[in-house]
Design a protein around this ligand. Structure first.
Ligand code: TXA
Ligand code: MG
Length: 314
């Protein structure tokens, strides 16, 4: 594994690796991605192998602009127009009917998940390689997503090349919306809050809502356990009242009086930006249990609560 800076030489090497049907880890504004030519079966197979990703979980394809995205979709609903205009480049992924001439990306059926990342390194890599890049988060399946090149190194030491673009700004994955069912359906809460999506696209159907006739497709990637540290993660109502010893780490937010705790911001966006790095630090400290102060049960905290819930699942 080699970590390179995103300078002319770094991009040259990265493009060489991608054109040889291998994989490159690169920064995006959300988390680091493990990228490969989306329409090379060999390259995509390498992603699944390195991550130990289950074969049923499809991949997001990253492209440089809306025009490139439209070429991958069989149809382009009006909501896609509005959402792309407002949020791309940015941390929003759209699931659309896949263009008929394309093969599936990993496990996708007749659909394709697409986004235009808002990170200059990711965009330059897309432009210089000229390839649409399939890229899941650059971590072993079920583990914590990487927000630094160092996290990638530790989770996936066999990745041939990592472009180091510093820490990811959002620190939490993109919001994934399904536009294949005639409306707008949330598949994964993420960086873009629901409120902002509704302002642009109207009502957003949440998981568990909608027709119960089996018409709605479940999100393949939302397995119950995910985003998990090595230590056992337990959500608690009040960490100040929990029993602790040195094998227990505590993660809370702007709450005074818990000695030795990792204290994150009380703002959901800032909290999300630091969450994975904090879980990595607690794992590094060797604790066997992480007690996490339950965040408020409000919509602003939806994405954070989703990740914590999955990290806590057995
Ligand atoms: O922020 C992000 O989205 C990051 C960066 C690297 O772009 N990527 C990421 O990829 O989080 P990954 O593979 O960890 O998560 C992709 C999610 C999964 O939940 C997957 O099931 C869903 O997107 N997905 C991908 N293709 C899909 C499709 N055709 N239909 C439904 N869901 C899909
Ligand atoms: Mg992931």
């Amino acid at each position: 594994m080699t970590v390179v800076r995103p300078d002319a030489d770094g991009f040259r090497r990265a493009v060489e690796v991608l054109r040889a049907d291998s994989v490159v880890a690169f920064p995006t504004e959300t988390v680091y991605g493990l990228g490969a030519n989306a329409f090379s079966e060999k390259a995509v197979g390498e992603i699944y192998r390195l991550k130990n990703r289950p074969s049923w979980n499809p991949l997001i394809v990253h492209v440089a602009n809306v025009e490139a995205a439209r070429e991958l979709a069989e149809s382009w609903p009006v909501e896609a127009n509005e959402l792309a205009a407002q949020f791309w480049p940015g941390p929003l992924t759209l699931v659309l009917p896949r263009a008929r001439h394309l093969s599936g990306v990993g496990a996708s059926n007749d659909t394709i998940a697409i986004r235009v990342p808002a990170h200059e390194v990711a965009l330059r890599l897309l432009e210089e390689s000229g390839l649409p890049l399939a890229a899941p988060s650059a971590n072993r399946s079920e583990g914590i997503s990487p927000t630094t090149a160092e996290h990638v190194l530790r989770s996936l030491p066999d990745v041939p090349l990592v472009l180091d673009g510093g820490p990811a700004a959002w620190g939490i994955e993109s919001t994934v919306l399904d536009l294949t069912g005639g409306g707008v359906r949330l598949l994964r809460p993420g960086a873009v809050p629901l409120r902002e999506l509704r302002d642009v696209a109207g009502p957003v159907e949440l998981p568990g809502e909608g027709p119960s006739d089996g018409a709605a497709r479940p999100s393949p990637g939302m397995s119950r356990r995910h985003y998990a540290p090595r230590a056992r993660l337990v959500l608690v109502d009040d960490v100040r009242e929990a029993d602790r010893d040195e094998s227990v780490g505590v993660l809370t937010y702007e709450t005074a009086g818990v000695e030795g705790a990792e204290v994150l911001s009380g703002d959901p966006r800032e909290y999300a930006a630091d969450l994975y790095a904090a879980l990595h630090r607690l794992d590094d400290a060797g604790v066997t249990t992480i007690l996490v102060q339950e965040p408020p049960r409000t919509e602003d905290w939806l994405a954070v609560r989703d990740r914590l819930g999955r990290a806590a699942a057995k």
